[in-house]
Design a protein around this ligand. Structure first.
Ligand code: PEP
Ligand code: MN
Length: 336
């Protein structure tokens, strides 16, 4: 249930609503918008909306039938904007994250960081713990990889995002990384999501390989409900009957999510297509559809990459793409 306060409702009345929510055994989540304060009553305990309607200053009590509440646009009308290292995601902003699939060695990650920085990118990506389909494929450098990407990022003034695969790794990530990424395979690892709800760093939540948008928003709700409001959704392609591309990039998820939720949604056209020649058109299409950012794989030498070389852009290709995205942005009402 969501309680919308009248414009200018007093702090005392807002507090009365919060106290009553708690008395009824639910949790109160407050969202202060420009015109209204909205209070979410989250939990399973049955409550009677009339008791809230009787409190002065209450404009409206809305029963929510969707199972996510904090992720819902009803709870928070204005877009959530997440800022990391002066790069913004959400609202009118479309942010950029780019870098290699995985951290391979010192030379490679420093070279990638240099290329990113020279291209104007402010956030570098790179996996240290890789969820590979085969146990025989390169699994990542682990903590050593995180140390390397941190060092390289610091040298070039970049922020870092990397995928956290399990709860026990969280302290390590808090030490080295600015944005924690939950991979598609872990979207419904609810124990991991619950732990990430307690941290004070943004989380990129990738869409599961066969997750519906409702399931994805429910997964975001796990992170939000524990107190972490900085969730960036990431569409990275879903599994369909089509095999011409690695996954089917669901661009329609962008307008659908933006209607249902206030959370920023970014797109990963690299995993979404699996082929570098498809990354450029799909990045442009994502921006045209209103995405709040992109996460793109770029490698200094894609043909030598230990992981996902075929979908990694050449540095020059990336520079060209970034230029085109900047040209397109104002046409579709976005700022890069
Ligand atoms: C990645 O970004 O490196 C990755 C493994 O992506 P996904 O979880 O979307 O497959
Ligand atoms: Mn990859």
């Amino acid at each position: 249930m969501i309680i919308v306060m009248r414009h200018g409702a007093s702090e005392e009345n807002i507090q009365k609503v919060i106290d009553l929510i708690k008395l009824k055994g639910r949790e109160a989540h407050i969202s202060k918008g420009e015109s209204h304060t909205i209070i979410g009553a989250v939990g399973e305990k049955v409550i009677d909306p009339r008791e809230f309607e009787l409190i002065d200053g209450v404009k409206e009590v809305i029963k929510i039938s969707s199972s996510y509440k904090l992720a819902s646009r009803i709870f928070k009308e204005d877009d959530t904007i997440i800022e990391v290292n002066n790069e913004k995601f959400g609202g009118e902003y479309s942010g950029m994250i780019a870098g290699p699939c995985t951290i391979e060695n010192e030379e490679q990650i420093f070279e990638c960081a240099r290329i990113m920085s020279e291209s104007g990118v402010k956030i570098i990506r790179g996996g240290a713990f890789k969820p590979r389909t085969s146990p025989y494929s390169f699994q990542g450098l682990g903590e050593e990889g995180l140390k390397l990407i941190r060092k390289a990022a610091d040298k070039y003034n970049l922020a870092v995002t990397s995928e956290v695969m399990e709860i026990s790794q969280i302290p390590l990530f808090l030490k080295y990384v600015d944005i924690l990424q939950v991979g598609a395979r872990n979207m419904q690892n609810f124990n991991l999501l619950r732990e990430l709800s307690k941290i004070k760093k943004p989380v990129i939540l990738k869409r599961g390989l066969s997750a519906t948008i409702n399931e994805w928003l429910m997964a975001a709700e796990y992170i939000l409900s524990g107190g972490n409001r900085e969730v960036i959704l990431c569409e990275r392609g879903i599994r369909t009957f089509e095999v011409a591309t690695r996954n089917t990039l669901d661009l329609c998820a962008i307008p659908v999510v933006k209607k249902l939720s206030h959370l920023p949604i970014i797109v990963d056209p690299s995993h979404g297509t699996g082929l570098r020649d498809k990354v450029v058109p799909m990045s442009l299409a994502s921006l045209a559809a209103g995405c709040d950012g992109l996460i793109i794989e770029v490698h200094n030498k894609p043909e030598c990459a230990l992981c996902d070389g075929a979908q990694s852009l050449y540095p020059e290709q990336f520079r060209e793409l970034y230029k085109k995205l900047k040209q397109l942005a104002p046409v579709v009402g976005k700022k890069i």
